[in-house]
Ligand binder design. Sequence first.
Ligand code: SAH
Length: 249
Amino acid sequence: MKDIELIVDFHKEAIRLAPGSKEETLKALKLTNLNLSNELNIADIGCGSGAQTLDLARLTHGKIIAVDLFPEFLEKVKEHAAGQGFKERINTLQCSMDDLPFEEESLDLIWSEGAIYNMGFQKGLQAWRRFLKPGGYIAVSELTWLKDNRPPELEEFWSGTYSEIRSAEVKKEQLQQGGYELAGSFTLSEQSWMDNYYSPMLSRIPEFLKRHLKDKKAENLVKEEQNEIDLYKKYKDYYGYVFYIGRKV
Ligand code: SAH
């Protein structure tokens, strides 16, 4: 199995592929000031298995297009959408986030939880802006330093894993430079990491290792994830996911 196939296999039964929660999706949505009784055109980019896509469907009217690079995740989105009565409102699109086919000024809202890092925060914000209607909103969650004077062990890990990690001040500046005005921001809770993301991940590990018995790559993947979780437990005050909500100007 290729590395990427192994990663997809590790996550494919997950409800969430990044920290997040229903409550925080709602909180971010409220910060947009969009009129939620209107029929909105929404894109959820890097939707994974669609936890937040389904929440958005419940909270809004109109259409949502759920985009991901991997069909395995989009199959889950389709299953959940059909099972929860949103078949007509949620469409899926297999596509890379840096090559989106949307029409200019066609979307009211661009959503992306724990995914824009795949393209880079600044690059993503700039590239996606043209798809928004004038006054449209973007809501993205992004890994962010919450404190200065970080332990070298932590700096080293995250600069290797996501070199664009910065403070919220820098991220907000980047958002403004990208052509948005900041409508709000907040830090995701510890429960969103531990209860909704890491704990379910830990409980999937035994089955995953059984599926890939004596596979060094699989064992290494598990070790890396466990290391990331250990670091989070030790240093969670220093970094987190911050939701940034911007309005196209
Ligand atoms: N928003 C989801 C998934 C976050 S994980 C959640 O919060 O649960 C990041 C997602 O981005 C994964 O589903 C991954 O498949 C997707 N992804 C990675 N690279 C991508 C790319 N180039 N284009 C589109 N999606 C991508």
